[in-house]
Design a protein. Sequence first.
Length: 454
Amino acid sequence: MKLQEAFDVARGETVAFIGAGGKTSLLVGLGYELVEAGWRVLATTTTRIGEDQLELLPYALTYDRGAAAISDALSEHQFVFLYDEIRNGKVYGPPPEWVPGLLDAVDSDVLLVEADGARGLPFKAPFEHEPVIPAQTSLVIPVASLAVLGQPLDEAHVYNPAAMTDCFGFSPGSRVKSPWLAQVMRHDQLGLRGVPDEARVVAFLNQTPAQGYLRGRARLIARLILRSSRFQGVALGSIRGAEAIHEIQRPVGAIVLAAGLSTRMGQSKVLMPWSGNKAIVEHIVEQLIRSRVDHIVVVTGHEANRVKQLVKPLGAKVVYNRSYKTGEMLSSLKIGLHALPDHVTGALVVLGDQPRIQPRVVYQVLMAYAEGKGDIVAPRFQSRRGHPILIDRRYWSEIWSLPRGSAPRDVIDSYQDRMAYVAVNTDSVLNDVDTPQDYQNERQRAGLGCRDPD
């Protein structure tokens, strides 16, 4: 996955890199990638970088040369680094107050800012005066390197370890553990210090291998970071590797559609017994919890109170669809999308009458999304599309705009070029419970035996 795609960088943005363990390399890598896409890229620092790092950049000049000179340099080199002065082997950036007018004065497409220092260490907590993030920054990328895992929590391996021990009680000199990275990075006065309220935040865990145990640990750290609603994602990768980004973990929610009248069943199918004397809707929510989906919304209608009594204790959010008798699936989906937290980037649409939902299928769908396979991801069994379907937030407004009588597939089918299919080896993604015979068939397929639906 390309850096621009992982961080969703748009023209006109100011991007600030903070933290430790690969900021400069990430800035340089993103800059060259944007140049290949035809962008005019400006870069600078609000702190200082080593003079030797200028060799990584195509061209550098002092900011006081004026807008015309900077524009000419961009036309010739496409990627230009601006600085104030070089002193004692350090390159100092312009005054922070100079940054706001830069994009208006110079015809560049993006401004990349190294806004923090870490003495080349892989992990940091900031001092009071750090970082120096321009107020106009639209995207902040906090960086940490997995190279710190297992290293001593001391000045030789970690920048400002005292702030971590003071805040969390970590033992000085003890080995750095995975959860510590997440705790520091998501803390308002440490990893998020100085981040503008309106800026998007997407973290980067550097030196994540393409496979193996350490990638799993990185995924765990990412999930812990995403417990903070300030993050729109956590990218896992290695900036010096052949593929910079392996995946980007994002906050994903699930919407369980459980509002239907169940007219062909003769009773509420989501309340029918499944395994362990639990109702179908209860079982489905438990499978989503096992799949580590953090935000679960259950949309109710028929038998709303009974459904709520079952799923509320599991931690699911319950919302009521007043139009459940006439609004079909679309009205429930619209309500469910509105009920998800604002920072959630994707919605997993789960049918409340597919009790054989399997965590491994959910995991396959989530991983395809994380690896950038598609903005809309669906499981497919023997060339037939099934559920659950994951829909990126960028398409939600179109679903909200659909008129009565439409279906979610009207939006989904119009974006086949942005869709990814995950081949699965189970027909559970296709079969639902609409009739008593369906119920018996699904129970048999699940190895539960027959049961009288009455």
